[in-house]
Design a protein around this ligand. Sequence first.
Ligand code: AMP
Ligand code: GLY
Length: 423
Amino acid sequence: MNILLLGSGGREHAFAWKIKQSPLCKQLFIAPGNAGTASLGKNIALDIMDNAAIHDFVVENRIDMVVVGPEAPLVNGVWNYLRKMRSTSHVSVIGPSMQGARLEGSKSYAKKFMQEFGIPTAGYREFYSTRAKAAINFIKKKAVPPIVLKADGLAAGKGVVISPNKEEAIAEIQAMLGGKFGEAGRKVVIEEFLSGIEFSVFVLTDGRSYKILPVAKDYKRVGEGDTGLNTGGMGAVSPPPFVDAALMQKVEERIIRPTIRGLQERGIHYHGFIFLGLILVGGEPYVIEYNCRMGDPETEAVLPRMKTDIVELFAAVKEGRLDKIKMEEDERPTATVVLTSGGYPGKYEKGKPIAGLDKVKGSIVFHAGTKISGEKILTNGGRVIAITSFAKTFKEALKKSNKNAEVIEFEGKNYRKDIGFDL
Ligand code: AMP
Ligand code: GLY
């Protein structure tokens, strides 16, 4: 099979690494990829938001399967476009239709969906920019701080703001409805604050049956002890020890099955991953958010623990026989540590030479924001490298990852040494 993988982060390097292990994969292309994916397949300069360009590449290179890493091309309708064109309608796309991607692309859509199908989530109200006064009134009279405000659309991971008091919430909602996040914030969801421990469950579905991948927990704050600004993710562990079989049974019965049923009832085509951002409140799981893709850096912690051939799984999705495949997990936990550029998630510089990659021992290195320049590998993003290790316990795995985090060097390097500190 010829496979085209869209994306350029640590998640995509992990996908490429796993796909490349499959005997079913003949040629692998990554668009645009990074310095890590370049050693596993062919990186190609293709605008992943240009459906027509993707279509042409698929035709010219006889691509059988397109695996979509990030959400943006899905929300942008890459599945719909390839399905609609006669020359690509047979191509398998791992990633939902744009209708399915709305579970991530619109918070308001996701909340309504959960309400309709009885899926546990925080209570909410939503307001359009034309009703800013009503929104402010609601915050003044009804909301209980901390107040959770969510821009309806995609806002590069910055669309969720938790205000500690009503004054800040009012200022924030005025900014959002006033265009702080552009169109994405013209509608805002105000949500009840849920207090508990979060975890990530990943489901691969063919729209009817599904497989659950290894569970993970990620660490989004830039500072140790979960302090400072939110990032794309500074590290992850898989599995989080508190997620036991009893909890997963609740997740399956109350969240996964009703979600798949909801997709079916709405007639939504969904061949791809559902990422459930969950929170445990008093022993019960609630949905914080849906994503229509895998998490980053969770993927770097999860895929190494998956023993099953991922291309075989993807092929089963296409053929609607996912329920015939056995998922096998490595019992050993993993811990992933992300090395970031100095200043990230604020302003940071790119183009710093990375040294010491060849000195890493006993861990798997996934590239994120890196690029090749002549003989050198340079930093090319906020999150630069993800290091994953296996051990008997996640704490031992973390020690290995942290040790190798020291070995890799570039100017301004930053990382958290305390991934999993709360477990
Ligand atoms: P994201 O949607 O990935 O930008 O992340 C939003 C983060 O905000 C989540 O990971 C939670 O930590 C937090 N969050 C979102 N909704 C709620 C809620 N209803 N109650 C408490 N925390 C929330
Ligand atoms: N690590 C969280 C995400 O990918 O959204």
